[in-house]
Design a protein around this ligand. Structure first.
Ligand code: UDP
Length: 240
């Protein structure tokens, strides 16, 4: 029997998740483990789309701070997310899950172009849709992409899987042993308290479109499924 709490979700994975202990690049063994977890969650019957970041390969802002033109550096970041999307697609398909990779920057030899109605159709047919290429625009992030796509495909929630962080804290728990973890927050809290959860563009988009966010630790096995089942893990951000 399925225990699903949501009908349709967007899973946001940071690029870092793809690197495993290597910290940079793509580790196929790590990617396979992520794919197995996604498959386990998918078997509850929920419709899943995935946004992958690119920070394991390239960060536009960091490169621009070293003198590169920001827009070009950001386009490179978007291309990095496509590499991650293809790696994840490959791993999911090798687990026997049907997928479609869609990119916001057209590269039809490797993935379908992003067309909202087609993406929704894929989800209805039970395919996992992987969105590569971010929003397709420089100066944005893959967190904003997650919020945008969640609004577009009418997802109930964004599941934000973090590496080594089990929720949202009032300060960095790695630096402050007394950091306080929140169970629930509003998007206004996130923006006003300047909590380092997602950028403010992404938070505002979620707030205005009534999208719920669950932030949880990716390093604990089975957490994607737990979040889908509505179990109390991590921090939930909702409303204003
Ligand atoms: N990026 C962009 N527009 C987008 C999404 C991403 O320009 O809509 C670029 C940006 O340079 C960013 C890089 O892609 O640094 C990787 O994405 P992000 O930093 O969000 O990945 P994550 O931190 O989740 O690994």
């Amino acid at each position: 029997m399925s225990n699903k709490h949501y009908k349709r979700i967007v899973l946001k994975l940071s690029g870092e998740a793809m690197a495993g202990d290597d910290k940079i690049g793509i580790n196929p063994i790590t990617v396979k483990k992520i794919a197995e977890e996604i498959k386990e969650a998918y078997e509850t019957g929920v419709q899943i789309s995935v946004i992958v970041g690119g920070g394991n390969i390239w960060r536009g802002k960091a490169a621009s701070e070293l003198g590169m033109e920001r827009a070009s550096a950001d386009y490179m970041g978007m291309l990095a997310t496509v590499m991650n999307a293809l790696a994840l697609q490959n791993a999911l398909e090798s687990c026997g899950v049907q997928t479609r990779a869609m990119t916001s920057i057209s590269m039809q030899a490797v993935a379908e172009p992003y067309i909202r109605r087609r993406a929704v159709r894929h989800l209805e047919k039970g395919r996992i849709v992987i969105f590569g290429g971010g929003t397709g625009n420089p100066y944005f992030s893959t967190d904003t992409t997650a919020a945008l796509r969640a609004a577009e495909v009418n997802a109930d929630a964004i599941l934000m899987a973090k590496n080594g962080v089990d929720g949202i804290y009032d300060s960095d728990p790695n630096l402050n042993p007394n950091a306080k973890k929140f169970d629930k927050l509003t998007f206004l809290d996130v923006v006003q308290k300047d909590l380092k959860v997602m950028d403010s563009t992404a938070a505002t988009l979620c707030m205005e479109n009534d999208i719920e966010l669950i932030l949880f630790n990716m390093n604990q096995e089975g957490n994607i499924k737990r979040a889908i089942e509505g179990q109390k893990i991590g921090t939930t951000v909702k409303g204003r």
